[in-house]
Design a protein around this ligand. Structure first.
Ligand SMILES: NC(=O)C1=CN([C@@H]2O[C@H](COP(=O)(O)OP(=O)(O)OC[C@H]3O[C@@H](n4cnc5c(N)ncnc54)[C@H](O)[C@@H]3O)[C@@H](O)[C@H]2O)[C@@H](O)CC1
Length: 463
């Protein structure tokens, strides 16, 4: 609580210098954080008043006493008291409800939250402690919650701060890492968000003596009449992510859109994949537009034990148990629902839980694609925010699959490839949006992958 309140006070003075803080303390530990923040604000010379509800929480009561001991003023919290004191020169600190909120919201607190949101509309910004009051930490819904401008969250990112309408209530999210004994961290603080500097550090570095045979050989397996473009987009993604040799294997004739790709048509794709006598690539991406029979093809490729990206039609429930540690599964919410045998809303409502469930079922590494994407591996969960809404178009996932296979072929582990790959793809989307505006095609994004790569490299201080 001490570290949480101190981190909040630091952020308040950084983000809202010169404003008097009105801290709203609820009855639980979230309210205790507000009392601690007030005390640190006082120590920093910033004016602060606490409006508090009664509390039975021992640590919150102790911090209320400490606040009083340093001369701090506490006023009983009512909607009227709040409305009287808030104006355009104040900043409101929402310490009403944190992870201990159990819906439905009781009417008395609903009145306080309504008064807080009304004060914000009149010009007093809001900083929420841990998460905006009224949000359920694990869920992506919003309803009657505080609208914050900044949320200082403790230990890690809660699902509500990342997904759906709830995320829009949080404003800018600052994660304050707390030094806690193992096991003390909030169970809900489950996801991390690696920064660009951290990701830039794991990008493959190529020696001056590199040649196409050492830069990673990727096979793309996909394509079917009507979806012939999908494997080609994957091939383009692989090329733009630095693969030395990219071969597209398909059971259908593919147009030669990119002459750099080696395109091979197999009258019997299953027989080709089952054959033992061909040299294997360094990594495979499989499933893009592959059509019927994809699960059978996937089983044959999985038996090779190579780093493998499974996408689109290869994301079939019957493959559970056939994967291995080098597998990277890349479902969007609809495919995730199919894999788990649930409805798509079940996935979008709790994406972190869904990603964790998928990884448990499939093994290897799972990327649950979306805004943001979630990566699940045996290290835990991480999220990748960013990208651009214009990326919601067909073919985008195909390019990502090829990009991921290229990273695997250049020696990255599947977890690293997933975390770096989704960020590169999102960054490329951000760059493409500057060029093309709103509607983005998968090729537009693929062509920006080189620039995205350079951005991540620059972000890494060792470069
Ligand atoms: N455990 C940890 O690791 C840490 C926890 N911290 C803080 O502790 C918070 C969680 O504290 P608590 O578990 O005490 O819970 P909260 O303070 O989030 O909520 C409990 C309070 O909310 C009230 N409440 C719950 N549901 C309500 C409803 N439907 N309508 C109206 N009132 C309702 C309860 O009566 C109680 O007063 C975190 O969000 C965070 O701010 C921080 O101090 C950092 C460390």
């Amino acid at each position: 609580m001490e570290e949480a309140g101190r981190a909040a006070a630091d952020e308040l003075t950084r983000a809202f210098p010169g404003r008097a803080a009105l801290l709203l303390a609820g009855g639980g530990a979230n309210g205790g954080d507000a009392f601690v923040a007030a005390r640190h604000l006082l120590a920093l010379g910033a004016p602060a008043t606490v409006l508090a509800l009664p509390s039975r929480h021992p640590l919150t009561r102790a911090n209320r006493r400490r606040w009083r001991a340093v001369g701090g003023q506490t006023v009983a919290l009512t909607p009227a008291a709040l409305s009287r004191r808030a104006d355009a020169s104040t900043v409101l600190v929402d310490g009403l409800l944190g992870t201990g909120f159990q819906p439905p919201l009781r009417p008395a607190l609903a009145g306080v939250i309504a008064a807080l949101n009304a004060a914000r509309a009149l010009g007093s910004p809001v900083l929420s402690l841990d998460l905006p009051s009224g949000l359920e930490a694990e869920l992506a819904g919003a309803d009657q919650s505080v609208q914050a401008d900044v949320t200082v969250t403790f230990s890690g990112l809660k699902p509500a701060l990342l997904f759906g309408p709830a995320a829009a209530r949080a404003g800018r999210v600052v994660v304050a890492p707390l030094r806690l004994p193992p096991g003390w961290a909030l169970a809900e603080a489950v996801a991390t968000q690696p920064g660009d500097a951290e990701l830039g550090a794991v990008l493959p570095v190529r020696g001056a003596d590199a040649h196409k045979g050492t830069a990673g050989r990727v096979w793309i397996v996909g394509g079917h009449p009507g979806t012939a473009g999908a494997p080609l987009l994957a091939g383009l993604g692989a090329l733009r992510a630095g693969a030395g040799l990219v071969t597209v294997h398909s059971g259908t004739e593919l147009p030669l859109l990119y002459p750099e790709l080696m395109v091979r048509h197999h009258a019997n794709l299953g027989a080709f994949l089952a054959a033992e006598d061909h040299a294997r690539p360094d990594a495979v991406a499989l499933g893009m537009g592959l059509g019927p029979g994809a699960a059978g093809h996937a089983r044959r490729v999985l038996a090779w034990g190579l780093p493998t990206v499974l996408d689109a039609d290869a994301l079939q429930p019957e493959l559970a148990g056939h994967g291995h540690a080098g597998c990277l599964w890349t479902p969007h919410p609809g495919e995730a629902a199919r894999l788990l045998g649930v409805g798509t809303p079940d996935i979008t409502r709790e994406p972190l839980a869904a990603a964790r469930a998928l990884q448990t079922r499939l093994g290897g590494v799972v990327i649950l694609k979306g805004g943001p994407s979630v990566v699940a591996d045996d290290q835990g969960l991480s999220v990748s925010r960013g990208g651009h809404p214009g990326m919601a178009s067909g073919g985008m996932g195909d390019t990502l699959s090829g990009l991921l296979a290229a990273l695997l072929a250049q020696g990255l582990g599947p977890g690293e490839a997933a975390r770096v790959g989704v960020r590169l793809h999102a960054r490329a989307g951000e760059r493409a949006a500057r060029v093309f505006g709103y509607g983005l095609g998968a090729t537009d994004v693929a062509h920006e992958l080189g620039g995205a790569w350079a951005d991540l490299r620059v972000a890494h201080p060792g470069n």
